[in-house]
Design a protein around this ligand. Structure first.
Ligand SMILES: NC(=O)c1ccc[n+]([C@@H]2O[C@H](COP(=O)([O-])OP(=O)(O)OC[C@H]3O[C@@H](n4cnc5c(N)ncnc54)[C@H](OP(=O)(O)O)[C@@H]3O)[C@@H](O)[C@H]2O)c1
Length: 305
């Protein structure tokens, strides 16, 4: 067990005063716990949430539990490229540094839906939105180095996670788990390629699996309408074993570890679980896929032609 992790908690003495962090999807679940922890450590904490009403309630909770007055709520809908661009330009207008970008928000096993930009919803939210956001914030991350990009993936990237290169929007034979597994594999590949591109800049990057955690993430699990869908069984199974999942406080430890543990300062591009380096799927270690995904994503979000 690394030194800074003690009985499921990160060393409370790691001070983040003077640092600025963004946590996406900070209004509930793992993001909310991470925001409370980072604010308690003195970080200027930006809670990036799509629903400002829910966000305001969460902001009150973060303020109360962290006793910090340095927490801000900003609107960000990762499934909309326009919203991501608006968020980034408003952040860059107001803030002078960025030490940690925590790409935490996610949607899991939703019914087939398309984003406003026409992408499959899990691909749009979990990968493309965070891809664009990170790219728009790379200059400020470099100026603030040493800085970190932490991307919350999932063990699901190993369970049938494949990038469907010829049908990335999964228009044929969509299943919710196929969409989730693909998007979470993309998180691992994105982090790997980002590490390669950021070498020598002081920006380091980590992807991780938080464990099976009792959060709102399971909201779609019992709700797979197609009786022939193979994921239905997994949904029911997941619902049954949910009481045995980790609580969010324990679940958020690995992403916090990746965000602040001093011993990770010189590591980059790896995948973590339980505060240790873990093994990605073989596709998750494929550098050719990582580069291909980056190039494809640049085109899709309009960063290149
Ligand atoms: N819980 C687990 O067992 C588990 C396991 C492996 C990996 N993970 C990963 O952990 C991360 C956090 O999940 P969680 O368990 O904390 O789930 P959660 O409680 O459902 O929280 C997800 C967060 O993402 C936000 N979000 C969803 N779509 C968004 C969008 N388009 N734009 C901006 N924010 C959006 C949600 O906002 P709303 O409240 O407005 O929907 C919520 O704040 C996810 O990336 C997930 O894939 C979780």
């Amino acid at each position: 067990m690394p030194k800074s992790v003690y009985k499921g908690k990160i060393d409370p003495d790691i001070d983040m005063t003077g640092k600025t962090v963004i946590v996406t999807g900070a209004n509930t679940g793992l993001g909310l716990i991470a925001a409370i922890d980072l604010a308690k450590r003195g970080a200027r904490t930006i809670m990036a949430c799509r629903n400002l009403e829910k966000g305001k309630q969460a902001l009150d909770e973060v303020n109360e539990k962290s006793k910090s007055s340095n927490v801000t709520l900003m609107e960000l809908d990762l499934s909309s490229l326009e919203s991501v661009r608006k968020f980034a330009s408003s952040f860059l207008e107001k803030e002078s540094r960025l030490d940690v970008l925590m790409n935490n928000a996610g949607v899991c096993m939703c019914p087939y839906t398309k984003s406003v930009d026409g992408f499959e919803m899990q691909f749009a939210t979990n990968h493309l939105g965070h891809f664009l956001l990170t790219n728009l914030l790379l200059d400020i991350l470099k100026r603030s180095a040493p800085s970190r990009v932490v991307t919350v993936s999932s063990l699901s990237h190993r369970i049938g996670g494949k990038v469907h290169w010829n049908d990335v929007n999964l228009t044929n034979n969509y299943t919710p788990a196929k969409g989730y597994g693909q998007s979470k594999l993309m998180n691992v590949l994105f982090s790997r390629e980002l590490a390669k591109r950021m070498r020598g800049t002081g920006v380091t990057t980590y992807s991780l699996h938080p464990g099976a955690v009792k959060t709102d993430m399971q909201r779609h699990l019992g709700n797979i309408p197609d009786p022939n869908c193979s994921d239905r069984m997994w949904g029911c199974f997941g619902g049954c074993i949910r009481p045995f999942f980790k609580d969010p406080e324990t679940g958020a430890v690995t992403q916090l570890y990746c965000a602040i543990a001093p011993e990770l300062e010189n590591e980059t591009g790896r995948y973590y679980s339980d505060c240790r380096v873990a093994t990605e799927s073989s596709d998750g270690r494929n550098d050719e896929y990582a580069e291909r995904l980056w190039t494809m994503s640049e085109k899709l979000v309009g960063l290149s032609k």
